[in-house]
Design a protein around this ligand. Structure first.
Ligand SMILES: [Zn+2]
Length: 363
């Protein structure tokens, strides 16, 4: 029997087991569960949302998730949760809610729902994107690719053999473009020649730190569309400082997500220090209170990054490593589960059982 259960659970992934091979199900309710959200978007925006599906939850789904959490879990702030964990006083089924990046929809869509159930939340801000009208290069790049596809008249046409031609690019970006197209051949054959933006984004994240920004700008420049159309820009906007202050009045706590969303493990020690210290300083000044919580962009960290975070004055660092946070945890290595639409939806839409299952296994 045990083997059968074990075998069945194994199909769900190795992290369903601890090191001794005991199913994590037996640990249910132990440890702090931290959920990571990015964007909560209304149905009406669907066509305008440029972000990866892995960071998007529909408004209706989010409302049902919060209703379930309020009814069945002890939702605590991350700060309180970590403190209670350290003291051994964590309530059973404790969950903390966090939001990365600082999207405007965190205020306009997610916050009213959090308030409906009186749930505390921590929002990690990327300070150079707050109130500047800047958008992440990932969204700008996705927009550029959609425009290239539309311009090439590919929609509805038979699959072409070659991808849409970009405007002339500097040699290093042209090489990346070709590499992504090669790696993405199968997807293109299935999707009428369209380059999968996420494949290109993955590749760019592993390249020079400014490659994504430069490619998005080069493509949009070549298309004569350096600025996104108003409705698209609105649907993909970041918070401004008025939003942030309003949220703070309404009880939201803020943390840092660095200055520019730089992936820290690959950055130089100097850049790393500036990203960590400057974002903390700017937030402290704007919010009038100290900021001690950090979320590593992309969840990426290393020993050197965690040491730099500690040196910059942070007392917690949030990753995207899945699992429960237990008493012996390192607070600069907070485990979190990334929640997005597909994670809690079956073919019939949001599934409460699937959501409970994700929370039970912390994966
Ligand atoms: Zn982020």
């Amino acid at each position: 029997m045990a083997m059968t259960l074990k075998h069945r659970l194994k199909l769900l992934g190795a992290s369903a087991f601890n090191r001794l091979g005991v199913p994590r199900l037996v640990r249910r309710g132990q440890g702090l569960l931290v959920l990571c959200y990015h964007r909560v978007v209304p149905e009406a925006w669907a066509a305008e949302v440029l972000s990866s599906p892995h960071i998007v939850v529909r408004e209706e789904t989010f409302a049902r998730q919060m209703s379930l959490l309020a009814a069945e879990y002890a939702v605590v702030s991350l700060e309180d949760g970590l403190e209670m964990l350290a003291r051994g006083h964590l309530p059973r089924r404790a969950v903390a809610l966090t939001f990365d990046d600082g999207w405007r929809d965190t205020r306009t869509i997610a916050l009213p729902i959090l308030e409906r159930y009186a749930l505390p939340a921590l929002v990690y801000l990327t300070t150079n994107f707050i109130g500047t009208g800047r958008l992440f290069w990932q969204e700008r790049l996705t927009h550029a690719l959609r425009q290239l596809q539309a311009g090439a008249g590919l929609r509805g046409a038979p699959p072409p053999l070659s991808p849409p031609l970009p405007p002339p690019l500097p040699p290093d970006l042209a090489a990346l473009w070709d590499q992504a197209n090669q790696a993405n051949r199968k997807h293109r054959e299935q999707r009428h020649g369209m380059l999968d933006p996420h494949a290109l984004i993955r590749l760019l994240k592993q390249s020079a730190p400014d490659a994504g920004e430069r490619l998005a700008t080069a493509l949009l420049d070549g298309l004569g569309q350096l600025h996104l159309p108003d409705t698209t820009a609105m649907a993909n906007a970041m918070l401004d400082w008025d939003d942030v202050r309003d949220m703070q009045r309404r009880g939201v706590v803020f943390g840092s997500h660095t200055v520019d969303h730089v992936l820290l493990p690959g950055a130089s020690p100097e850049v790393r220090a500036v990203q960590l210290e400057e974002s903390r300083r700017v937030l402290r000044q704007a919010l009038g209170r100290d900021v001690r919580a950090l979320a590593y962009p992309n969840g990426d960290h290393s020993l050197a990054v965690r040491r730099a975070a500690l040196a910059a004055g942070y007392t917690s660092g949030a990753t995207l490593e899945r699992g429960f946070n237990e008493e012996s945890m390192d607070c600069l290595r907070v485990r979190r589960i990334n929640i997005y639409e597909g994670k809690t939806a079956s073919s019939k839409g949001f599934s409460p059982d699937l959501f409970r299952f994700v929370l039970t296994l912390a994966r």
